[in-house]
Design a protein around this ligand. Structure first.
Ligand code: NDP
Length: 338
């Protein structure tokens, strides 16, 4: 078996789509899930690309997640759109909710998109970036399953709880950040374990609650929040927004629902959509923010978040990318050998 297999984005898309369809997804769900994995590969985010496909498939095969779910959108309060994912993967629910939330935020200045009954395992930046490309700012948070210890603790309670934010820039790509509340995202830790790399200090505790740099011990152990108690409070806030506010699972409730099969657990996601033209600086907001970005990047050593991804996006569609031969073989196997 080749160590690495080179793929074009088109070949990867066909591979993922076919594999999801062969494992119980209807065409809409397969396309939407594939789309987020291919966007991740296109931007060089290996931990949320094809690497996740076996996890999606195992959750589909076990019947935990409905590959044919038909998400339902309703406006449940003047500024709140809710999408019930009806037990499917998150991407199709996100697609269905985006346009109504954007439309409502244009009307009211601010709108919340509440996603419930979804299984989320993807990177968050595609959902906020797509909103910023429509000229609106967006903040997204979701919880996952118990993986991160609160500051001072030794047992997992929070999810890795990513938070993403996007700011629109007329005539340019939005500025986007997307980060887990753990020092290192679990996908990165899993890849380090797979590839036999050590972790930096301060990332994880082992199953007995002792600090470790062994990635395999970290996979069986507990991740730590970034920035000590400050990151821990953000992790707590995300639990409250994605679970408490929406009436969905806290990470500890998600963990109680399933044995880890590499796939996502059920949870909620909150996206707040804001129209910068409706907050008092209708004419000047964009130029004002540009002046701020200029000031920021004028400092030596400073770059805007999202810049690494955008650089990859200029290169990978033409060059393609590689995945480990073992992952490629596994995907072919999951696709019935073809
Ligand atoms: P990183 O630490 O790799 O990056 C976090 C952010 O910081 C990115 O926006 C990145 O931009 C930016 N950044 C990195 N270095 C710099 C720098 N020097 N200057 C300015 N900005 C910088 O991300 P994480 O490991 O925390 O998270 C990885 C992914 O995992 C996320 O996409 C997240 O959504 C996903 N995730 C999903 C979960 C789920 O349940 N669905 C759970 C947990 C995580 P750039 O990309 O340009 O480097």
């Amino acid at each position: 078996m080749a160590d690495q297999v080179h793929l074009t984005l088109e070949a990867a898309e066909a591979l993922a789509n076919g594999c999801l369809a062969a494992n119980g997804c209807d065409a809409d769900n397969a396309r939407a899930i594939t789309d987020v994995m291919i966007k991740a590969e296109r931007d060089g985010c290996t931990s949320h690309g094809l690497f996740r496909l076996p996890g999606y498939v195992s959750a589909l095969r076990s019947g935990r997640v409905d590959g044919r779910a038909d998400p339902k959108v309703e406006r449940i309060a003047p500024a709140v759109i809710r999408v019930d994912g009806r037990g499917g993967m998150a991407p199709l629910a996100l697609e269905r909710g985006r346009a109504p939330a954007v439309e409502l935020a244009r009307e009211t200045g601010i709108a919340a998109l509440s996603l419930v009954g979804i299984f989320h395992m993807a990177a968050l930046w595609p959902e906020v970036e797509a909103i910023a490309e429509e000229g609106l700012a967006a903040l997204a948070v979701t919880s996952s399953r118990e993986l991160v210890a609160p500051a001072g603790g030794r047992a997992a309670l929070f999810g890795t709880n990513p938070m993403a934010f996007a700011w629109p820039r007329p005539g340019a790509a939005p500025v986007v950040f997307d980060q887990a509340v753990s020092v290192m995202a679990r996908g990165e830790v899993m890849i380090a374990a797979r590839d036999g790399h050590d972790l930096p200090e301060g990332v994880a505790l082992d199953a007995d609650g002792h600090p470790t740099t062994d990635a395999k011990a970290a996979v069986d152990g507990v991740l730590l929040p970034f920035g000590g108690y400050k990151g821990s409070s953000i992790g707590m806030m995300i639990e409250l927004l994605a679970a408490g506010l929406l009436g969905e699972n806290f990470a500890f409730e998600t963990s109680a629902e399933f044995a880890d099969d590499g796939g996502p657990g059920r949870g909620g996601e909150l996206i707040v959509v804001m129209d910068p033209a409706r907050f008092g600086d209708a004419e000047g907001w964009a130029a004002h923010a540009e002046a701020f970005f200029e000031k920021m990047t004028a400092q030596e050593g400073v770059r805007l978040p999202g810049g690494r991804r955008l650089a990859n996006r200029r290169r990978i569609p033409a060059d393609g990318f590689t995945i480990p031969g073992s992952l490629h073989a596994e995907i072919l196997e999951l696709n019935g050998g073809g």
